[in-house]
Structures are given as structure tokens and as C-alpha cells.
Design a protein around this ligand. Structure first.
Ligand SMILES: *Cc1c(COP(=O)(O)O)cnc(C)c1O
Length: 465
């Protein structure tokens, strides 16, 4: 008990702490009130630990060691760049698509000052924020009209609410999917006030299933891209052309949630055959929704393209206001779409990564491997074949053949190497297989190799002789 009292007396007072010169240095990072709250929580923790006997010795200096650790952690932004060495191109947890340089420049320009966001310079009056991307989207997809919102989940919700609330939508049981992050088609339907009419079975749905389900209450037929799973074997779905003519005959809307939003044919092996937004519209779909940051390679956006009268109903529906995009997003989207319009989509990182040739990936890995071998002679390093992935819930079951640098160190397991790489000042998220660390070449960006080399030298430096 005496020892506990002794230790408690060693805890510095708040006044002493705040007057210490080290604390005045921290005032650059946070104001006095926040610093005071932080110090007080550390002091409380210390008091508790001493009382419970978890701490057997304590000096005033110990407090400042803890404070410094907390400050070091606080200095790093919470949302910060990482290096994606996983080979998953549209990595949802790592922010999906990387923007093209043109898009980044457009963002910084409008972020810094005022802009034409909702201003028509010619007329000197209020303009439409959507106008910055509408004609480009129409040009690329062949649509009559277009509107964009915060993301594709929002786009689907908005379309359903504006066009079918209080009525029903017919969907195949094979397409009642969950996309992840709790986006489930039946839930979105009910949020929008649309009655879901399920037709067909999980694996097979016929035209007669749809036609038998349409009645006076039906507002639309909805098709959903299954995105993240694949039905193989005894399977049938109705073609877009047939659904379009059924919808026309019965006077209902035909809408499709395409998900990934392919704009131009991807040339990479194994990635052909995926229908583009334009292809859907050509097949007779009235309204298509898609994500901006999946295969399109732009910012997080939900695109809605199709028939003018439908888009106009959506444009004037009040929920749009709650889902609208901000100026930075619109700037990035406009710049990205311009790359498509001028035939420069290869400048979009997502598109470039997906269409990257085997030889290029291999060459990139070989050059990184030889750098690593020269600097870390104790590790066993080789270039190996791997499967990369499209990601973003697109192309399930499609492996993109790729290459990676495989690194094995006697002193450290692959799991522990991964952990150390994540803790670096430029955090690196890497893969692993059979006890070896894998640095996938496909998803590395310019300048990443040097940072990976530095990080691995730091971590495995102990092995240097
Ligand atoms: C990804 C996806 C969504 C959700 O899109 P977000 O842009 O992430 O909101 C909805 N539907 C389908 C079919 C998808 O693939």
C-alpha cells in the first residue's frame, strides 16, 4: 500500500505537465483544451494502473514517453495513401480506383477556389451541377440523358423511388443479390417504397415468368448484374432484347443496375464479353445505373443514363438533393470522361492496370526483384506467377494472370512481414502465399518500387551483412 501511495505521488500534476516545454511544442498539433483532455486521460489511466497494481514502478518521465507515442500516432492522418501490392485492381477497402493525373489536377483546381459548380457563365445565372458531365456521359454511352449521384447504391435507390414507389418492380430470383456492405436488392426496394415481385428460380428464369408477373401495379422490370458471384451449370436468364420488347409491349420501364460500369471494351485476356453501358442501352434497356469508381476508373459516383423522360423524372425528384455529388467529385468525373471521349482511356490507372500485358508486369517485377536481391542478400527473392483480381465485385471467378516478387526471410514469417509493411511510414498492403510475402506488380504505381525497397531494407536490415 505504501508503494502505491508513493507511486501515486509521482504522477505529475496537470499544471506541471502543461507547463512543461515538451507540451508547448505539441500546441502546434492541437489546441490547449484538446491537449489537456489527452493528458488527463493518460494521467487517469496511469492512476488506475497503479491502483490495480499493474504498474510496479513509475517516474515522471514515463508520462512523457506515453504522451510522445500518442502524439506520434496523432500526427499521421487517419485517411492516408497506401501502396497496393495485392494485385486486386479495384480494391474497395483501399479506395477502389486511382484517379488519372488529369482528374487529380481538375480536383485541385476547383477545390482551391470558387467554380462554375452551379453557375452558367454565359447567362450570368444559376446553372446545373449535373451539366458538367451529362453531355460527356451521353456521348460515351449513346444515352439521351444522364444524371449522377453520390454512388451507385444511391442511384438505384433514387431510380426506384422516383419511378416505382407505391408500385411494384419485377426481378428475377437469380438477381436478388447482396453486393456487400449491406447493399441488398430486396432492402433497397423496400427503402424506396417499391413492392418487389420475385420471378423464376435461383438458377433459371424464363420470359414467361416475367410476362406472367406483370400487372396494372407493375412500374418496371429490373435487371441486376450479379457482379460478385457467378451461376454455372443449369442456368438460364432472359436476354435484354427480350425483356426490352416485353417491357415495351406492356408499357413498363426496363431498368438495369449494371454495377461495375464498363465504358469501353477492356482488351485484357479474360475480360472480354462484359457488356458496356452503351451495349445495355443498345439492347433496349431504358435506364442503366453504374458505379464511377469501379471499372470506369473515376471518382465515387453513381451514374444514371437512359431515356430522357425517365431521367427528367429522376432529376426533379426531391431525393436527388440528398444524394448529389460535390464539386471535387464532379471535377474528377468530368476529367475522367474527357479521357474516354478523346480515346485516351489508357491514361486511367484502373483501365491501364486491367489491360497491362503479361510481359510488362513480369519486367516490372524482375526489376524490383533484382534491386531487392542486391540490397537484401539474406532473403530469398524470386519472381513468381500469381492470380490477380479485378476486384470491386466485378468478374467473379476470373483470375487475371499476373506476376509478383516473392520474398522469404528466415528471420521473419510472411505474416509478420506483412504486419511490418503495414506499419511503415508509406504503408504497404501486400499478399502472401505458402509462407512467402508477395508483392504483386500489376497494382504498383510510379514510385512505389523505391518505397517498397526502403521499407523492406528497414525491416530486414538486420539480415544485412
Ligand atoms: C458495386 C455495385 C453496387 C453498389 O455500387 P456503389 O457505387 O458501391 O454504391 C450496386 N449494384 C451492383 C450490381 C454493384 O456491382
Amino acid at each position: 500500500m505504501n508503494n502505491i501511495n508513493f507511486l501515486l505521488r509521482e504522477i505529475p500534476s496537470m499544471e506541471k505537465v502543461l507547463n512543461d516545454e515538451r507540451c508547448s511544442g505539441y500546441m502546434e498539433l492541437m489546441d490547449r483544451d484538446m491537449l489537456k483532455d489527452l493528458c488527463s486521460s493518460i494521467l487517469d489511466n496511469l492512476r488506475r494502473s497503479i491502483l490495480s497494481g499493474d504498474i510496479a514502478s513509475f517516474q515522471k518521465e514515463d508520462f512523457f514517453v506515453i504522451l510522445e507515442e500518442r502524439m506520434d500516432a496523432f500526427k499521421k492522418p487517419s485517411l492516408r495513401p497506401v501502396i497496393n501490392a495485392t494485385g486486386v485492381v479495384v480494391h474497395t477497402n483501399l479506395g477502389r480506383s486511382c484517379l488519372a493525373e488529369e482528374a487529380v489536377n481538375a480536383v485541385t483546381k476547383v477545390a482551391r477556389g470558387y467554380s462554375t459548380l452551379e453557375y452558367d457563365l454565359g447567362a450570368g445565372e444559376r446553372g446545373q451541377r449535373n451539366a458538367h458531365v451529362e453531355s460527356l456521359l451521353c456521348r460515351i454511352t449513346g444515352a439521351e440523358a444522364a444524371v449522377v449521384v453520390n454512388n451507385n447504391a444511391g442511384a438505384v435507390l433514387l431510380c426506384l423511388a422516383a419511378l416505382s414507389s407505391g408500385r411494384s418492380a419485377v426481378v428475377s430470383r437469380g438477381e436478388l443479390v447482396e453486393i456487400g456492405g449491406s447493399f441488398r436488392i430486396p432492402d433497397i426496394m423496400s427503402f424506396s417504397g417499391t413492392k418487389l415481385v420475385e420471378v423464376g428460380t435461383t438458377n433459371r428464369t424464363h420470359l414467361k415468368d416475367y410476362s406472367g408477373a406483370i400487372d396494372d401495379d407493375t412500374a418496371m422490370i429490373m435487371k441486376v448484374h450479379p457482379s460478385n458471384f457467378k451461376i454455372v451449370g443449369f442456368h438460364k436468364e432472359v436476354s435484354r432484347e427480350d425483356l426490352a420488347s416485353l417491357a415495351r409491349d406492356r408499357g413498363v420501364i426496363f431498368m438495369e443496375d449494371l454495377g461495375s460500369g464498363v465504358m469501353a471494351d477492356l482488351s485484357s485476356p479474360g475480360l472480354g464479353g462484359e457488356i458496356t453501358v452503351k451495349g445495355c442501352l443498345q439492347a433496349g434497356v431504358d435506364l442503366v445505373t453504374f458505379s464511377g469508381d469501379k471499372l470506369l476508373g473515376g471518382p465515387q459516383i453513381g451514374g444514371i443514363v437512359g431515356k430522357r423522360d425517365l431521367v427528367d423524372r429522376i432529376r426533379t425528384y426531391p431525393l436527388l438533393r440528398a444524394l448529389r455529388c460535390d464539386k471535387m467529385t464532379l471535377a474528377a468525373m468530368e476529367a475522367t470522361l474527357r479521357l474516354y471521349v478523346r480515346g485516351d482511356s489508357a491514361r486511367i490507372p484502373t483501365v491501364a492496370m486491367l489491360s497491362m500485358g503479361q510481359d510488362d508486369i513480369k519486367a516490372r517485377c524482375e526489376s524490383l526483384a533484382s534491386l531487392l536481391k542486391a540490397k537484401i542478400p539474406t532473403a530469398s527473392i524470386e519472381v513468381v506467377e500469381v492470380s490477380d483480381a479485378v476486384g470491386g465485385g466485378a468478374y467473379p471467378g476470373t483470375d487475371l494472370p499476373g506476376f509478383a516478387v516473392s520474398i522469404r526471410a528466415d528471420s521473419m514469417s510472411s505474416g509478420s512481414l506483412q504486419e511490418h509493411l503495414r506499419a511503415c511510414s508509406s504503408p504497404i498492403v501486400a499478399g502472401a502465399r505458402d509462407g512467402a510475402l508477395l508483392i504483386h506488380g500489376r497494382t504498383l504505381l510510379e514510385g512505389d518500387e523505391g518505397k517498397i525497397l526502403d521499407a523492406l531494407m528497414d525491416i530486414l536490415g538486420g539480415c544485412l551483412r
